[in-house]
Design a protein around this ligand. Structure first.
Ligand code: NAD
Length: 489
């Protein structure tokens, strides 16, 4: 298990010698200590990325793509080790790490490996006599800061487009979950990426993260995390006006209309909130039910949620593991009290499970609370297995509820009426809307939000645009330009 910083193709200790304890969320025990990057390590990583940039950006794009494809193959060859590391470090149930996190990570690198030599410019029809063409150029050194909820997958969402477009990278994983990203660094070396093209520097946000966001030699910072930290990133970026891309929090509305297929919606709504213990920015954390079907829906939904198998993430039968840190578990639990204080009704959970085998881990029971649209539990991101039920009487009210938070990331609709489905999808304030499903992601489909969920898009060609600068080049082919300053001679 790698526990050092990856700078300029080498695993090295932090200059300060400081380390961070990495804990197993299933039992609170120490897994390992990892090197904690600070400002001087960030400087070295940025310098390495800067030195690697000219050769990497000038390398034939197909060769860059080939390295990304090689990395995707290596990830598949190391599926079991990566899945185990991810589950150990984050608490993801192993069945999810095996069938979702690792395959999706490989698929994302493969997609961007394929796109690397298809990043085309354009020719603009300007006035006669001129050729105007636009090329997309890499930005340079890109800083990337990743949270703890899907560390492995987010590493690919961040590195894939940046590298395909010809940038070099300094990536800071979360201090809580660095292990799978350090394994990816090892595979990057094995795949044969030139030294310095990718640098991985785990460290605390206030030190390593802040230095990276402020760094004058970093041309762009791509951040996934909380809205509050994202606001700080914007301030830190102002030193050199670096570009900023923000994937922040969410409060996804998952709306079930009267005409929905109820059984499919019950299962989809449970997946929307309980997958990864609800620690997902796109989670369907507001379940918005038509009043005529709400009671029948809730009866089935509560029964299903109560039957979810909580347990050791390493057990293939486990459907929900622990939350990823103790501090976060406590935050999630505090929302039960917050709901009650505002008159919310706890329909299920709201506490730690009674099972003695789970007492040392950071577990929370699946929690269902009924509340009102402007209550705190319907407005603030809880980021846990905690869903807030809201009722509506007609389409206009459903839309009002859906759009009444400051966020705008994921959303879902369950209806068999195609007119309603498409027109609602257009009116919802969200970067993504799933109709009769929830939480689908694909490396080709843009992912991101609006409002306090941030800006910029990951994945697809949109991501390539976010990792390149458009340069417009004008050529005077045979234009007859009369002199602007007429002189006598
Ligand atoms: P966080 O903002 O605390 O931390 C995210 C990352 O930022 C970590 O690597 C952390 O070390 C770093 N960081 C913290 N302070 C920093 C600073 N001052 N300067 C620079 N970096 C700093 O968030 P978190 O608790 O780790 O993650 C959960 C949040 O992430 C939730 O709000 C969730 O919605 C959001 N999230 C968003 C998306 C999305 O795509 N929109 C995806 C996943 C998670």
């Amino acid at each position: 298990m790698n526990n050092q910083l990856f700078i300029n193709g080498q695993f090295v200790p932090a200059k300060s010698g400081n380390t961070i304890d990495v804990l197993n969320p299933a039992n609170g025990e120490l897994i390992t200590k990892i090197a904690a990057a600070e400002a001087e390590d960030i400087d070295l990583a940025v310098e390495a990325a800067k030195n690697a940039f000219p050769a990497w950006s000038e390398m034939p794009a197909a060769e860059r793509g080939h390295l990304l494809l090689k990395l995707a193959d290596l990830i598949e060859e190391n599926l079991e080790e990566l899945a185990q590391l991810e589950s150990l470090d984050t608490g993801h149930p192993i069945r999810d790490s095996r069938r979702l996190d690792v395959p999706r990570t490989a698929a994302c690198f493969r997609y961007f490996g394929g796109i690397a030599d298809k990043i085309e410019g354009s020719v603009i029809p300007v006035e006669q006599g001129f050729l105007n063409y636009v090329v997309r150029e890499p930005i340079g050194v890109v800083g990337q800061i990743v949270p703890w909820n899907f560390p492995l997958m987010f590493t690919s969402w961040k590195l894939g487009p940046a590298l395909a477009a010809g940038n070099t990278v300094v990536l800071k994983p979360s201090e809580i979950t660095p292990l799978s990203t350090l394994k990816i660094a090892e595979l990057i070396k094995k795949a044969g990426f030139p030294d310095g093209v990718v640098n991985v520097v785990p460290g605390y946000g206030q030190t390593a993260g802040q230095s990276l966001a402020e760094h004058p030699e970093v041309g762009k910072i791509a951040f996934t995390g909380s809205t509050r930290t994202g606001q700080g990133i914007i301030n830190a970026s102002s030193s050199n006006l670096k570009r900023v891309q923000l994937e922040l929090g969410g409060k996804g509305a998952n709306i079930v209309f009267e005409d929905a297929n109820i059984d499919a919606a019950v299962n989809g709504a449970a997946w929307a909130i309980f997958h990864n213990q609800g620690q997902a920015c796109i989670a369907g954390s507001r379940l918005v039910l038509h009043e005529n079907i709400a009671d029948a829906f809730l009866e089935k939904f509560i029964k299903l949620a109560a039957s979810i198998r909580l347990g050791d993430p390493m057990d293939p039968n486990t459907e929900m593991g622990p939350l990823t840190s103790e501090a976060h578990r406590n935050k999630v639990l505090s929302y039960t009290q917050i709901a009650k204080e505002q008159g919310g009704k706890v329909l299920l959970g709201g506490e730690v499970p009674a099972d003695p085998a789970l007492q040392n881990g950071f577990y929370v029971m699946p929690t269902i609370v009924e509340a009102q649209p402007f209550d705190r539990v319907a407005q603030e991101e809880v980021f846990g297995p905690f869903v807030t039920v809201l009722r509506f009487k007609d389409d206009a009210e459903a839309l009002e509820i859906a759009n009444c938070t400051e966020y705008g990331l994921g959303s879902g609709l369950w209806t068999q009426n195609i007119h309603r489905a498409h027109s609602f999808a257009r009116k919802i304030k969200a970067g993504m809307c799933w109709i009769n499903s929830y939480k689908r992601v694909n490396p080709g489909s843009p992912f991101g939000g609006m409002g306090k969920s941030g800006y910029g898009r990951e994945m697809g060609f949109e991501a390539i645009h976010d990792y390149t600068e458009a340069k417009s080049i004008w050529v005077n082919v045979d234009a007859k330009i009369p002199p602007h300053f007429q002189r006598g001679e």
